[in-house]
Design a protein around this ligand. Structure first.
Ligand SMILES: *[C@@H]1O[C@H](CO)[C@@H](O)[C@H](O)[C@H]1NC(C)=O
Ligand SMILES: *[C@@H]1O[C@H](CO)[C@@H](O)[C@H](O)[C@H]1NC(C)=O
Ligand SMILES: *[C@@H]1O[C@H](CO)[C@@H](O)[C@H](O)[C@H]1NC(C)=O
Ligand SMILES: *[C@@H]1O[C@H](CO)[C@@H](O)[C@H](O)[C@H]1NC(C)=O
Ligand SMILES: *[C@@H]1O[C@H](CO)[C@@H](O)[C@H](O)[C@H]1NC(C)=O
Ligand SMILES: *[C@@H]1O[C@H](CO)[C@@H](O)[C@H](O)[C@H]1NC(C)=O
Ligand SMILES: *[C@@H]1O[C@H](CO)[C@@H](O)[C@H](O)[C@H]1NC(C)=O
Ligand SMILES: *[C@@H]1O[C@H](CO)[C@@H](O)[C@H](O)[C@H]1NC(C)=O
Length: 414
């Protein structure tokens, strides 16, 4: 039996039970969505409003809350607590320059389903921050400065369905980073600095459908040991440093995965027969920008075409098949990366050009100095030998020192 189905039934039951409490839920499907967002100037504007968030009130204007971009910096305990804050369903706190969130910052927001904290300066999180968010479904922490997800960070947000941690500075995840997130369906970890993912990291995510790990620094992963991803449909591993993706195993997501993106890695081989056998539901496969040998690629693409698996190729120059670039000879693959070489060459050229440019300026300066020295010396000689009359230069000879003579002569000769 599928856990997800059972659990969603149970969840729905509880949600129905809790409707009486979460009044906002009763009207979530009615009315104009746009009319529900209330935009405040700043936090005092929010606290001093006399219009509540309870849909049952006559003057109800909405229970989605946003703020003009501002400078909240620290969210202290009870930061958003007002007599009516329990009725708020969505809170948009992006671009608020938030640096720190104290434990209990979101107390008295029992009905909150969406919390958007993207584009702030948050460096760390603890589970206490999310106290009381018992109905949260969507949490967006993308574009912050998180370096690490500590164990149990999300222990109080167990109802989460979507978690966005993209564009942070995550280098590692703890084994229990996603502890108890049994309802999570989307996990966006793209564009971080992950080098390593422990095999048990995703163990609790039994409902996960979309896992985005693109734009990290992963060199090796063991997806065959991600034992509980029975519902995974999309796995994006593009833009990493993977040199291997071994399809010769049984995978927990073997029956469900339909999109596998391996674009822009360092793969030289991919066992397509293993793929067809062990992940048979894949219909979209990203394989561009790897290190295929053209002959291998040709075989792979033939099999893919025969099995109705679509792939995209956009490369337009160099050796390629169907727009997927490849190497004609094995030596080229193992010699340092073509791109790397051209990059190095470009850098070198740039520096060399910079150097020659500087050298030219230096030369000109030195030449000028030399010319000046020569001219001064010449004048000195002329003066010494009293040849001014010979050259027909007039002036007060006695009252002038050498320097002003030189100057005067320079002026005249010019
Ligand atoms: C907050 O917004 C209100 C309403 O626009 C304004 O009167 C007040 O000066 C603002 N306070 C701060 C600290 O910016
Ligand atoms: C995790 O949260 C649950 C309740 O949500 C609590 O009972 C438990 O003590 C928490 N665990 C830790 C280690 O904080
Ligand atoms: C974060 O990811 C979620 C789901 O993956 C998406 O809905 C949301 O738009 C993303 N946030 C941003 C700022 O793009
Ligand atoms: C993942 O998050 C990023 C925001 O940083 C967003 O641009 C992207 O669309 C998200 N992906 C999905 C599939 O939601
Ligand atoms: C990756 O993580 C595993 C277990 O957490 C550890 O044993 C291994 O040394 C790590 N590898 C790298 C390259 O950090
Ligand atoms: C296989 O993938 C298709 C979409 O490509 C999806 O509709 C179908 O449910 C998947 N099969 C299973 C067993 O998940
Ligand atoms: C695979 O990843 C690449 C690079 O991140 C992206 O451009 C492409 O659209 C992705 N393909 C699919 C099918 O998701
Ligand atoms: C390939 O897909 C097309 C439609 O997308 C379908 O008509 C055809 O039967 C499929 N062929 C195989 C071999 O699955």
């Amino acid at each position: 039996m599928c856990y997800c189905r059972i659990s969603t039934h149970i969840l729905q039951f509880f949600i129905t039970m809790s409707l009486a409490f979460c009044k906002g839920d009763t009207i979530i499907c009615n009315g104009d969505v746009n009319s529900r967002l209330r935009l405040f100037q700043n936090i005092s504007d929010y606290h001093f409003t006399t219009i509540g968030f309870n849909p049952m009130r006559k003057n109800f204007r909405g229970n989605y809350v946003g703020f003009k971009s501002g400078n909240m910096e620290i969210l202290e305990r009870n930061f958003f607590a007002t007599f009516d804050s329990q009725n708020i369903l969505k809170m948009y706190l992006h671009h608020q320059n938030i640096k720190k969130i104290d434990p209990g910052a979101f107390l008295f927001m029992d009905c909150l389903k969406t919390l958007d904290l993207h584009a702030n300066e948050i460096e760390s999180l603890s589970d206490e921050i999310f106290l009381n968010l018992d109905r949260i479904e969507e949490l967006d922490l993308s574009d912050n400065k998180l370096q690490e997800i500590l164990p149990l960070t999300f222990n109080h947000t167990r109802t989460l369905k979507s978690l966005n941690l993209s564009n942070n500075k995550l280098e590692r995840l703890s084994i229990n980073s996603f502890f108890q997130l049994r309802h999570l369906e989307k996990l966006n970890l793209s564009y971080n600095a992950l080098t390593n993912i422990s095999d048990t990291t995703f163990d609790h995510l039994i409902c996960l459908k979309i896992l985005l790990l693109n734009g990290n620094k992963l060199m090796k992963i063991n997806p065959e040991k991600w034992y509980n991803l029975f519902h995974l449909k999309v796995l994006d591993l593009s833009k990493n440093f993977l040199s291997n993706f071994d399809t010769g195993y049984k995978f927990s997501f073997g029956m469900t995965l339909s999109c596998l993106n391996l674009t822009d890695n360092r793969l030289t081989q991919l066992n397509i027969f293993g793929l067809l056998k062990n992940i048979p539901n894949v219909s979209v496969l990203g394989i561009q920008q790897n290190r295929w040998l053209c002959s291998d690629l040709e075989l792979m693409l033939n099999i893919l075409r025969g099995s109705n698996i679509s792939y995209v190729g956009t490369s337009k120059k160099g050796a390629q098949i169907d727009g997927i670039s490849c190497y004609n000879r094995a030596e080229e693959i193992f010699s340092p990366d073509k791109h790397a070489i051209s990059e190095i060459k470009r850098n070198a050229d740039y520096h060399f050009n910079g150097l020659t440019h500087q050298a030219q300026i230096m030369m000109i300066v030195i030449m000028c100095l030399l010319v000046i020295v020569v001219v001064i010396l010449l004048l000195e000689v002329l003066l010494r030998f009293n040849l001014r009359d010979v050259l027909g230069i007039r002036g007060n000879r006695s009252g002038l020192d050498n320097y002003s003579n030189v100057e005067q002569i320079a002026l005249i000769t010019r």
